[in-house]
Write a protein that binds this ligand. Structure first.
Ligand code: ADP
Length: 415
């Protein structure tokens, strides 16, 4: 099935047009600066890619409906496009960041579903209105094409109460639905499915820890194909140290900093989300590649030496936290068959994978150092553990768009 996957942000609209039969991306791109400029939308542009050839053009787009019209024009263009008519788009799959306590699985868009989605604004105030605009944009251009919503949180809805409740008083949960929701669920689901396939076992019989380590990072315990626990919480700030996010901290330290620095709640939120993590510890970059190159720098200036020292702390903290989660989740699942590394950092950096696994000998984890260093190139899962490792370790390139397209296909085919 040919599915158009849409990831709408407040002023952007990313798209991928996929064939689910082979996972092939026929075309993809992004509309940026939608609604920006004077007159409104005059600053907008589209970047479109087909067969590795990139086209960047300015086009006025005052809203997501206009952006969708331009995306369709590109997809059906005789030179830049891949289809001759819009009718060849069989379904649309939307990435939705938060399904609140309402959505447990990917869902066909109906009026009722749309109404419920509007309630999710409370949980993701920046993202949900953007998704709504993306959906409305698609409806206005392709009113008869089925649309499916795929939620980043829905995979985590199988967590038991003991895993998703916080230790606040119960009325906070009752009044505000304050609990752990997790994030990156589409990635964790994709990675766990691919890991079970690579293990050659039914997922219902496997215990897997999926490590999505990118700019945003989270870890999940996936027992028998269902999420048992995950490191992100009420918001994606919880859990691991990230590019610019502090991850889990002592809650009292939050009020302590607010008092000392005179931060308002909004300023504190901004600080914890944008100025901490790798950036805050290293003092100069949130990009993991910069952290790694600072660590290997031989520059003899005081500044370079300080960057090297602090980047070393950031790397050690990240590896240590991942280890702790793997240990905790192995206990929670009462066993472990596989660990999978996914997303920008964990797919690409052998040093981090080595540091994480070197502390896990006791768990029966033994890396094949040569494969870990030199053998990870494939878009398919790569086994990086040694032949005699009790727990298998994989690098699994995550593919959230393909997962969204597969869900969309499954729902639309069943109509
Ligand atoms: P996002 O959470 O935004 O989707 P990604 O999964 O793309 O992020 O991960 C981005 C992170 O991956 C950045 O910190 C980047 O430095 C890191 N990264 C990308 N390529 C490499 C690489 N070859 N080696 C090490 N880190 C990499």
């Amino acid at each position: 099935m040919k599915v158009l996957v849409i990831n709408a942000g407040s002023s952007s609209l990313k798209y991928q047009f996929l064939d689910t039969s082979d996972g092939n991306v026929l075309a993809k791109g992004v509309c940026e600066r939608i609604g920006e400029g004077e007159p409104a939308g005059s600053a907008a542009r589209i970047q479109h890619k087909k067969n590795g050839v990139a086209y960047t053009e300015n086009h006025p787009m005052s809203d997501h409906s206009e952006a969708m019209k331009i995306v369709i024009a590109y997809l059906t263009d005789s030179e830049k496009g891949v289809i001759s008519s819009m009718d060849e788009i069989e379904a649309i799959g939307h990435r939705v960041v938060h399904g609140g306590p309402y959505f447990f699985e990917s869902t066909l868009l109906t009026d009722e579903v749309f109404e419920t989605l509007t309630k999710c604004v409370t949980f993701a105030p920046l993202h949900t209105p953007a998704h709504i605009m993306g959906i409305q944009g698609c409806l206005s251009v392709m009113p008869n094409t089925p649309e499916v919503l795929v939620f980043d949180t829905s995979f985590h809805q199988t967590m038991p109460e003991k895993a998703y409740m916080f230790g606040f008083s119960y009325d906070m949960y009752e009044k505000y639905s304050l609990r752990k929701y997790g994030a990156h669920g589409t990635s964790h689901r994709f990675v766990s499915i691919e890991t079970a396939k690579a293990l050659g076992r039914p997922i219902e019989e496997t215990k897997i820890v999926t490590c999505h380590i990118g700019n945003g990072s989270s870890i999940s315990a996936v027992k028998y194909g269902k999420c048992l626990d995950t490191s992100m919480g009420f918001t994606p700030l919880d859990g691991l140290l990230m590019g610019t996010r502090c991850g889990a901290v002592d809650a009292s330290a939050v009020t302590f900093i607010m008092e000392k620095e005179g931060y308002t709640p909004e300023e504190m939120n901004d600080y914890m989300n944008k100025k901490c993590g790798l950036l805050g510890i290293s003092g100069f970059s949130s990009d993991f590649r910069d952290i790694i190159s600072a660590i290997s720098s031989t520059e003899d200036t005081d500044e370079a030496k300080e960057r090297k020292r602090r980047s070393g702390i950031a790397l050690d903290m990240l590896a240590y936290e991942i280890q702790r989660y793997i240990g905790a989740y192995t206990a929670a699942m009462d066993g472990l068959d596989a660990i999978s590394f996914a997303a920008g950092i964990a797919e690409n950096n052998a040093t981090l994978r080595r540091l994480v696994c070197s502390g896990l000998d006791w768990f029966g984890v033994k890396l094949d150092d040569d494969v870990n260093e030199n053998g990870v190139h494939s878009p398919n899962p790569t086994l990086i553990s040694a032949a005699d490792s009790k727990v298998k370790v994989f690098v699994v390139p995550t593919n959230e768009e393909l997962m969204i397209a597969r869900d969309t296909e499954a729902i639309v085919k069943a109509l």
